[in-house]
Design a protein around this ligand. Structure first.
Ligand code: SF4
Length: 63
């Protein structure tokens, strides 16, 4: 599984990179950049949480 960011939807609210710096960092334009896609069980849970919390529906998990 990997996390994908849809920059068309993202409005840079920051929840993903502030709540999950183990998975995301802010890029130079303010968008999240995925820094870890080797998701063990814990990280997968964090990623699922980030997907649920994103107010823009801009994150998704893909196999
Ligand atoms: S939580 Fe969603 S809208 Fe906010 S920065 Fe992350 S991807 Fe973008």
């Amino acid at each position: 599984m990997k996390v994908l960011v849809d920059k068309e939807k993202c409005f840079m609210s920051g929840e993903c990179y502030y709540n999950h710096p183990e998975l995301f960092r802010m890029d130079d334009d303010g968008y999240p950049e995925v820094i870890e896609n080797r998701l063990d069980q814990d990280l997968l849970r964090h990623a699922e949480e980030a997907v649920q919390v994103c107010p823009a529906g801009a994150l998704k998990l893909e196999k």
